[in-house]
Design a protein around this ligand. Structure first.
Ligand code: IPM
Ligand code: MN
Length: 359
């Protein structure tokens, strides 16, 4: 298969973790005879520094005209600590999501057996947890009208949803549930928010087409508690943009490190793959950031194009790295391995398909 992949390394640890994902894809291409052509472009704080624009037109055009986008991380403390900044790195990612129509963000959560004790949660609570969050990605308060009065004393972010926006992601979530354990939990705040009541109504309507999927509803405050009290109850979670952002970071605690979680953002025509973690500026250039979330994002990219055998080799390689403790310090505080070594292990595994060769 020929794939043209736009690579946006972004800020902070983005470039170093994305390099490892590229290495894994390169190895897959060599071993399975695929031609993956990578084209790099600027987005985020680095793009602001070089062009004044967090999403330069050139980057946007590239992403609109490729098969897939592989994205690293975005954000820089110099903007986080300056609420008055007129342009922000995050605007680049948000605009890209909107322009590519990436309405569904899929975040799978499943702890590795070998890492059960890396989580601060008790083994019996998390062992066996396996669920996927479907987060709506182009609506809600992220994209509603924003205001700030002249005195800087009053601000608003409008949260809006249309039936159509809810329907299209609901179908994807139900289809995913059909291929899993056939349970879908809609998370909202329907006791307070009008948008949540619309979500409930629309999701109930969509559910008629999926009679084999059990649908239930949870208020987001309760869901936040249930996620760590009893995560095994979940199969597919469907929720709006902001709730999904918050709940997926919380859910990462189950796996032991946010550095393990990958995601796919899908639209009608385009697809983007990214780790769910941020730019972790404190770790930049230190070879300590966990590249697994990026490497797994590359595997999700392969799956998206139907390359399941290839994706499974990456999943296997990551499992082996974890089993042999070739992991970064977030998973093993005294580890002597860094970003590069984990990435090397994975690509060596792909090339040799022999996990013992490494030692
Ligand atoms: C994420 C990130 C982004 C979001 C930020 C960087 C804008 O936290 O992908 O979860 O809030 O969506
Ligand atoms: Mn987030």
């Amino acid at each position: 298969m020929n794939l043209k992949i736009a690579v946006l390394p972004g800020d902070g640890i983005g470039p170093e973790v994305i390099l490892q994902a590229k290495k894994a894809l390169y190895a897959i291409g060599e071993v399975y005879n695929h031609e993956f052509v990578f084209e790099e472009a600027l987005m985020g704080a680095i793009a602001i520094d070089k062009t004044g624009n967090p999403l330069p037109e050139q980057t946007l055009n590239l992403c609109l005209n490729t098969d897939a986008v592989l994205f690293g991380a975005i954000g820089d403390p110099k903007y986080d600590n300056n609420p008055n900044a007129k342009v922000r790195p995050e605007q680049g990612l948000l605009r890209l999501r909107k322009e590519l129509g990436l309405f569904a963000n899929i975040r799978p959560i499943k702890p590795y057996k070998a890492l059960i004790d890396a989580s601060p949660l008790k083994r019996e609570i998390i062992d066996g947890a396996d669920f996927t969050i479907f987060r709506e990605l182009t609506g809600g308060a992220y994209f509603g009208a924003k205001t700030l009065n002249e005195e800087g004393t009053h601000a608003s972010d409008l949260c809006e949803y249309s039936e159509e926006e809810i329907t299209r992601i609901a179908h994807l979530a139900f289809k995913s549930a059909q291929n899993r354990r056939k349970k879908l939990t809609m998370v909202d705040k329907a006791n307070v928010l009008e948008t949540s009541r619309l979500w409930r109504k629309v999701v109930q309507k969509v559910s008629v087409s999926y009679p084999d999927v059990a649908l239930d509803f949870l208020f987001v405050d309760n869901a936040a508690m249930q996620l760590i009290l009893n995560p095994k109850q979940f199969d597919v979670i469907l929720t709006e943009n902001l709730f999904g952002d918050i709940l997926s970071d919380e859910a990462s605690v189950i796996t032991g490190s946010i550095g393990l979680l990958a995601s796919a953002s899908l639209g009608e025509k385009n697809a983007l793959f990214e780790p769910i973690h941020g730019s972790y500026p404190q770790a930049k250039g230190k070879n300590i950031a966990n590249p697994i979330a990026s490497i797994l994002s590359a595997a999700m990219l392969l799956e998206h194009f139907g390359l399941f055998t290839e994706a499974n080799v990456i999943y296997k390689a990551v499992e082996k790295a974890i089993e042999y403790k070739v992991v970064t310090v977030d998973l093993k505080p005294d580890s002597k391995f860094g970003t590069n070594e984990v990435g090397e292990f994975v690509s060596n595994f792909i090339f040799s398909k022999d996990d013992l060769l490494y030692f």
